[in-house]
Ligand binder design. Structure first.
Ligand code: NAD
Length: 321
């Protein structure tokens, strides 16, 4: 079996590699060739940690395995990342362990890839202003991946703690695009595409603040109770997701569904659009919303790409196991 250590990932896998891997697995999910197994997530009663597994199988790529890890809030004091994860891949023909792959950077990249895929397929072609809500660890990855999808001329950003917006400004400078910190009213009025990536438990963006024709990628809500946008905004949009079962339970759609504003059957898997089985956006006035909940198959897809690249570049560590 192969080991691909966390330290190798940055030099191996690009945002474009992750985009391709995630696009393919969303398509496979919509063809019912790939499915996620039930997620386990437990407060373990030690170190305030939340620990769990996300797993699945893709019959097309033969990616089989799991991502294991979670959130250790005390890690920052130890000089470690609070979110820790490791991806285990198994040979679908024999069940033998094929690889163990560092999953921290890959998690950020696969999450950014999911919103980027949604922007590629659902945002208006002429989108020029990108709005970012949130400026934490994930936001820089989200921003870079989004910028690759359209010819954005300007970035506007909001964060509950404005001092954190320097992170977005840095990425904007790196790409030579002007950045402005704005209030939410202006963010909604100016943005053609909005990415939300916060850990909020209360709606931040209101329906009245978002203009017609906007595409939203709501990426922060991945747990019961979290919420980034008003349920009315979800109700007024055409809603797409990675996996409907997760969207209605732990995703941004959970609130609109619980309030009876959106029916589960109205939520469209993004993979259907990729496969050409759903038209996606049908007018320049329509608001589209991607509810990105994060599925284990995304992790397996990017980890498989990382293993192939690591073997090709000679940096995979082979061990007899
Ligand atoms: P982080 O802790 O680095 O940043 C959190 C962000 O949320 C910061 O911008 C912070 O200011 C903001 N925030 C916190 N409380 C808020 C509130 N009450 N109102 C408004 N903003 C608030 O976290 P991160 O690593 O950047 O992750 C952001 C979110 O994305 C988390 O909720 C995380 O669970 C989620 N996430 C989702 C996926 C997915 O696949 N969908 C994957 C990874 C992470």
């Amino acid at each position: 079996m192969f080991l691909v250590p966390e330290r190798e990932i940055a030099g191996l896998v690009t945002a474009a590699d992750c985009f391709t891997a995630v696009e393919k697995v969303f398509a496979s999910m919509a063809r019912k060739s790939a499915y996620n197994f039930p997620v386990i997530r437990e407060a373990i009663g030690h170190a305030d940690a939340l620990y769990g597994f996300k797993s699945g199988f893709d019959r097309e790529s033969l990616a089989l395995g799991l991502k294991s890890g979670g959130f250790w809030p005390g890690n920052a004091d130890k000089g470690l990342t609070n979110h820790q994860s490791t991806i285990f891949l198994f040979d679908a023909d024999t069940g033998r362990c094929r690889a163990v792959v560092g999953g921290n950077l890959l998690t950020a990249l696969r999450t950014a890839a999911a919103s980027a895929v949604s922007i590629r397929y659902l945002a208006r072609r002429d989108a020029e202003v990108l709005g970012m809500v949130g400026a934490g660890h994930q936001s820089a990855f989200q921003l870079r991946a989004a910028l690759d999808q359209r010819d954005f001329k300007k970035i506007v950003g909001w964060n509950i703690e404005p001092r954190m917006l320097g992170r977005l400004d840095e990425v904007a400078r790196e790409r030579g695009i002007p950045f402005e910190a704005v209030e939410l009213d202006r963010l909604g009025a100016e943005s053609d595409v909005i990415v939300t990536i916060t850990s909020s438990f209360h709606p931040i963006l209101k329906a009245s603040q978002v203009k017609a024709g906007t595409h939203l990628a709501c990426m922060g809500t991945d747990t019961k109770g979290k919420q980034e946008v008003e349920a009315d905004l979800v109700a007024g949009a055409t809603v797409f997701t990675d996996e409907v079962a997760q969207a209605v339970t732990i995703g941004e759609s959970q609130h609109a569904v619980a309030q009876g504003l959106v029916a589960e059957r109205e939520i469209v898997e993004l993979g259907r659009v990729i496969n050409g089985d759903h038209p996606g956006r049908t007018s320049s006035e329509e608001i589209t919303l991607f509810d990105g909940t994060g599925v284990g198959l995304q992790d397996l897809a990017v980890a498989s790409a990382a293993v192939d690249l690591a073997i090709a570049k000679g940096v995979a560590i082979e061990i007899d196991f």
